[in-house]
Design a protein. Structure first.
Length: 284
């Protein structure tokens, strides 16, 4: 299977102008709700799927085959374009990276991201610059080859620089330098998770222009809003694992309340059954 030309074309079009929010479902049900809520595209969350399996948010925590099956489930849940959080491609080897990217495209996604964090305690936290660039080139070639074979548009390749997340000494400089190089290597969209300073965001947007930039917002305390980010030139805004963590937060509070008080008052916040009947009833 490969993503429909309609979904891939729609995803490319979303990146062409303006600014859109792309939320991150963690399972098929949450994907269905987000579609019904009016969002125009979805992104998977590697952390969200890891938490459902009792695993930490680490680059290699979820096996590639498990992640591919999860991505396929999200794609199948709605007609919306879906971009996959594909971590670092689940391998250090370039040939295997190409195979894994091809397998990800085959799930039906309209896009996927590749990051430069090694996720390996035996290695530096980021691939060296040259290797990281070659990994983006490898992903680009695999995507284009798959598109040619299927006679469809290539899916959107997002390149991520994880400098902020791994404690880089100068994350802004590293991110700008690498994202410019990743854009030159064939990435369609650029992303530096955890960048929050508006001036730095504006600098990133300018550095990789005219290619679009994704910014992730993970808490209200960051002071970032859709209008502000749109004014800075950001095209795509994701929320990462935040919606999954909101759901976990409600679950934890309710469970703790039952355990600690012996009452069931916390269940008053549960969504009623008719909501689910309306939301999922037509999917049988």
């Amino acid at each position: 299977m490969i993503g429909s030309s309609t979904a891939i074309a729609a995803f490319h079009e979303l990146h062409a102008s303006g600014c859109f929010v792309i939320p991150n479902p963690w399972d098929s049900g949450s994907a269905v709700f987000l579609h019904q809520a009016g969002f125009r595209a979805l992104a998977t969350t590697s952390a969200g799927i890891a938490f459902t399996r009792g695993l930490p948010d680490e680059v290699l925590a979820v096996p590639c085959a498990t992640m591919l099956a999860h991505i396929a489930d999200i794609v199948a849940a709605t007609p919306l374009p879906v971009t996959a959080d594909f971590q670092s491609g689940y391998t250090h080897d370039l040939d295997e990276l190409a195979r894994n990217v091809t397998a990800c495209v085959a799930t039906g996604v309209a896009g996927l991201s590749i990051e430069d964090a090694t996720g390996d305690k035996a290695r530096p936290p980021l691939y060296d610059r040259g290797t990281a660039i070659e990994r983006i080139r490898t992903a680009r070639r695999a995507i284009d080859t798959a598109a040619t074979a299927a006679a469809t548009l290539p899916v959107v390749l997002t390149a991520r620089c994880e400098a902020y997340l791994v404690g880089d000494a100068d994350p802004a400089a590293t991110a700008i330098d690498r994202l410019v190089a990743y854009a030159d290597a064939g990435a369609d969209c650029l992303f530096a998770p955890a960048v929050r300073d508006p001036a730095t965001i504006a600098a990133l947007v300018e550095a990789v222009a005219p290619k679009p930039v994704n910014v992730v917002v993970t808490s209200p305390g960051q002071g970032l809003t859709v209008p502000l980010l749109a004014d800075l030139g950001v095209r795509r805004i994701s929320v990462g694992s935040s919606l999954a963590r909101v759901a976990w937060g409600a679950f934890m509070r309710a469970a703790r309340s039952i355990a600690e008080t012996g009452t069931f008052d916390a269940l008053a916040d549960a969504a009623p059954f008719p909501v689910f009947a309306d939301m999922f009833g037509g999917r049988r």
